[in-house]
Design a protein around this ligand. Sequence first.
Ligand SMILES: CC(C)(COP(=O)(O)OP(=O)(O)OC[C@H]1O[C@@H](n2cnc3c(N)ncnc32)[C@H](O)[C@@H]1OP(=O)(O)O)[C@@H](O)C(=O)NCCC(=O)NCCS
Length: 172
Amino acid sequence: MTIILKKCTLEDSSKLQEISYETFNETFKDQNSPENMIAYLERAFNLNQLEKELSIISSQFFFVYFNNEVAGYLKVNTKDAQSEEMGEESLEIERIYIKNKFQKHGLGKYLLNKALEIAMELNKTKIWLGVWEKNENAIAFYKKMGFVQTGVHSFYMGDEEQIDFIMTKTLI
Ligand SMILES: CC(C)(COP(=O)(O)OP(=O)(O)OC[C@H]1O[C@@H](n2cnc3c(N)ncnc32)[C@H](O)[C@@H]1OP(=O)(O)O)[C@@H](O)C(=O)NCCC(=O)NCCS
């Protein structure tokens, strides 16, 4: 069993699009309408959008490979790349996704620990994320990893407003 982490570059946009579509579909298609899913996927994961995000200095994407296959990915943001104004002291985990077939093998924890490592290196005091209130699996995972709910914000899936819990882990 080999686990490898690779930082994404602009050249990875197609591969990033592929895993973004696949994991978003696996996670959310059963609880959302096809129209809202398509609207979100096309807006969030079109190649132009992903290339723009890959070029932002304060955002970083990583692939985790399991036995040479891309098994999941991580996106972290600092400074004004964060999707809420959380300030210089914070790092956001904007996306953390493991393909269904690779879940529950420690890979989510591996990516989360990478985010923690980056936050520590940058002397951040908080790591935070938004998670859909109905995503019980992810909420349980974040609680296990020491996050607590500190707020809420809105998230638009197509034209539907959904509630995200903001969860935070303090690093000092
Ligand atoms: C949430 C997710 C990233 C977790 O990754 P994972 O690889 O399945 O989780 P891991 O195997 O690394 O689990 C790490 C720890 O969390 C625990 N855990 C994971 N899922 C859990 C759950 N649903 N309930 C309770 N504990 C859970 C594990 O038991 C493990 O505990 P341990 O350290 O004591 O062994 C993954 O399930 C996923 O990608 N889900 C779909 C996408 C998603 O919802 N992303 C988040 C969007 S906000």
